[in-house]
Design a protein around this ligand. Structure first.
Ligand code: CA
Length: 232
C-alpha cells in the first residue's frame, strides 16, 4: 500500500519531535527540513503529498516558501505557526497555503487536518479506500450494509458499541488509532476518563473475535497509545 509522504518544515526541534512521534503512529512517511533552503530543495526532490510548514524559519519567511512552491506545485500546504494574528493567516492563505494551525495545537486536530489535506492531494485519491460494502480480513468479515459481522461465515453476536468499535478498527486496518480517536468515533466524545470503559469493551469484543484473547491476532494493543487492526 502507498504511504503518503509528508514534508515537515520546522526549525524548533521540540515541535519537530512532536510531529515525528505523531506521524510514527500513522501509516505516513515523512522527511524533515529545518530551514527554507532545505524546504525548497526537498519540496522538489522528496515530492511530498503534503507540506507542514512553520512560518518563522531562520533563513526565510514561510510565506516566501509558499510563493516559491506554488510556482510549480499545487501540493497541499498546512501552516503550523505560533503567529496567531489574523493578518498572518490571511497572508499565508493568500500566498497559497491550504490550512492554518496555531501553536500549541492538539494532536488529534493536527491529524484530522492532515487527513483532509491528503484527501485533496493526488496520493489521497490514489490511496483512498474503496467503498466496498463487505470487509474481509482472514476469517473475519463485516457486512457494512447489513450491519453484521461474521467469523468463518458464522454471525458474531455483538452489542451496538462492540460493532461500532469493530467497524472503526476495520475501516482503519493497519493504522494505530489513538484512544481519543476511537472514543470520538464510537461515543462522540474524547474524555480521557472514558479510556477504562474503552478497555472493557475492547476486552469483550476480543473474546468474540479472537481465538485466544490473551494473545490477540486481530486487535493489537499499543500501550499508552491505542489499538490497531492487523491484516491477517
Ligand atoms: Ca520557527
Amino acid at each position: 500500500m502507498y504511504k503518503p509522504k509528508i514534508l515537515v518544515v520546522e526549525d524548533d526541534p521540540a515541535i519537530t519531535n512532536l510531529i515525528r512521534t505523531t506521524l510514527d503512529t500513522q501509516e505516513y512517511q515523512y522527511h524533515t527540513a529545518k530551514n527554507g533552503a532545505e524546504a525548497i530543495t526537498d519540496a522538489v526532490s522528496y515530492n511530498p503529498d503534503v507540506i507542514i510548514l512553520d512560518l518563522g524559519l531562520p533563513d526565510m519567511d514561510g510565506v516566501e516558501i509558499i510563493r516559491k512552491v506554488r510556482g510549480w506545485s499545487s501540493v497541499p500546504i498546512i501552516i503550523v505557526s505560533a503567529r496567531s494574528e489574523d493578518q498572518d493567516k490571511v497572508e499565508a492563505l493568500d500566498a497559497g497555503a491550504d490550512d492554518y494551525l496555531t501553536k500549541p495545537f492538539s494532536i488529534d486536530e493536527f491529524l484530522a487536518r492532515l487527513r483532509v489535506a491528503l484527501r485533496r492531494s493526488r496520493a489521497g485519491e490514489a490511496a483512498a479506500p474503496s467503498q466496498s460494502a463487505v470487509y474481509q480480513n482472514g476469517r473475519l468479515s463485516i457486512d457494512y450494509a447489513g450491519g453484521c459481522a461474521y467469523m468463518d461465515g458464522k454471525e458474531i453476536h455483538l452489542t451496538p458499541i462492540e460493532y461500532k468499535l469493530l467497524c472503526v478498527l476495520a475501516k482503519n486496518t493497519g493504522k494505530v488509532l489513538t484512544h481519543n480517536y476511537i472514543l470520538k468515533e464510537v461515543w462522540g466524545t474524547a474524555l480521557t476518563a472514558d479510556i477504562p470503559s474503552l478497555r472493557v469493551f475492547m476486552a469483550t469484543l476480543r473474546k468474540k473475535i479472537e481465538t485466544d484473547p490473551s494473545s490477540p491476532k486481530y486487535i493489537q494493543t499499543h500501550i499508552g497509545v491505542g489499538y490497531r487492526m492487523l491484516r491477517q
